[in-house]
Ligand binder design. Structure first.
Ligand SMILES: NC(=O)c1ccc[n+]([C@@H]2O[C@H](COP(=O)([O-])OP(=O)(O)OC[C@H]3O[C@@H](n4cnc5c(N)ncnc54)[C@H](O)[C@@H]3O)[C@@H](O)[C@H]2O)c1
Length: 267
């Protein structure tokens, strides 16, 4: 018999982890996974391990699921492999990943930007996504039960950010890295679906976070006004999209990009 659709959004008994989970979006998607019944690992850089542990403790107490905290830099290939092996050992396996850690761009045009910075953004935002997706998928293939990997791209994968207030804004590093995530999602999805592993991505619009701490209110207001919604996103507006792609509510989504941007890319 057909299962109730709301039950298909549940993740009871699933083993999940979220990278960048001490940040704004990752914290909220890890919370959504815990609310949906998954055991969840809070993964972020080692410097944030104490905060990650507090979040893990909070979710365990609040939602009665198993949690753990882990510190790793997603650009560390060996470290990422060890992180996935550790989570699989503690939880039994890995079923669900929100592959979300990332850094923002910088408001320096390409003519002037430092190449080492440009490469660093690719290494974290694209290289990190690749390393985490691959390491998690290897565990899923080994354990033979399929799974779901949700990458975080960005609406910037589809558009060039408008120059606010007549000022040239941002170099290409961030949007190129996110376009890479979007295409990696499609490519990896085709390789993983024979193993029952679905790979998809979300592309958020502006959700104000630490990533935008160097932007003035004038600039963030400008971006809000460019959206058909006339506002930036609320972080909880990302939760449903990630939970949908992570869960059995989306079993026919393979290599999909779910844009959650208040219509920003429509213009
Ligand atoms: N906030 C937005 O408007 C927006 C829009 C589109 C896409 N995104 C993407 O969403 C994701 C989450 O961003 P956020 O808004 O929550 O920002 P955030 O800065 O609050 O969180 C990002 C988290 O990633 C972690 N991180 C950064 N580099 C890392 C590394 N090398 N290894 C491990 N962890 C690392 C940070 O410590 C931080 O906790 C990012 O990939 C970002 O590019 C954000």
């Amino acid at each position: 018999m057909e299962e109730n659709v709301l039950k298909r959004f549940r993740l009871d008994g699933k083993k999940a982890f979220v990278t960048g989970a001490s940040g704004l979006i990752g914290y909220h998607t890890a919370k959504a996974f815990a609310q949906a019944g998954a055991d969840v690992a809070i993964v972020d850089i080692p410097q944030k391990l104490e905060k990650s542990q507090q979040i893990a403790d909070e979710f365990k107490k609040e939602y009665g699921v198993n949690t753990l905290a882990y510190g790793v830099d997603v650009t560390d290939e060996q470290g990422v492999t060890e992180m996935c092996e550790y989570i699989a050992k503690e939880f039994g396996t890995i079923d669900v990943v929100h592959n979300n850690a990332g850094i923002g761009g910088s408001p320096i045009p390409d003519l002037d930007v430092d190449y080492s910075w440009w490469k660093h953004v690719q290494e974290v935002n694209l290289g990190g996504i690749f390393l985490v997706a691959r390491a998690a998928a290897r565990i899923m293939v080994r354990d033979g039960h399929g799974g779901s990997i949700v990458n975080t791209a960005s609406m910037c994968a589809s558009i060039v950010n408008a120059a606010p207030l007549g000022v040239t804004f941002d170099n290409s590093a961030y949007s190129v890295s996110k376009a890479g995530v979007k295409h990696f999602t499609r490519h990896f999805a085709t390789q993983m679906i024979p193993y029952g592993i679905r790979v998809n991505c979300i592309s958020p619009g502006y959700v104000l976070s630490d990533m935008h701490s160097d932007m003035s209110k004038e600039v963030t207001d400008f971006f809000a006004q460019r959206s058909p919604c006339q506002r930036t996103g609320k972080v909880e507006e990302m939760q449903g999209a990630v939970l949908y792609l992570a869960s059995n509510a989306s079993t026919f989504c393979v290599g999909t990009e779910l844009i959650v941007d208040g219509g920003h890319v429509c213009y």
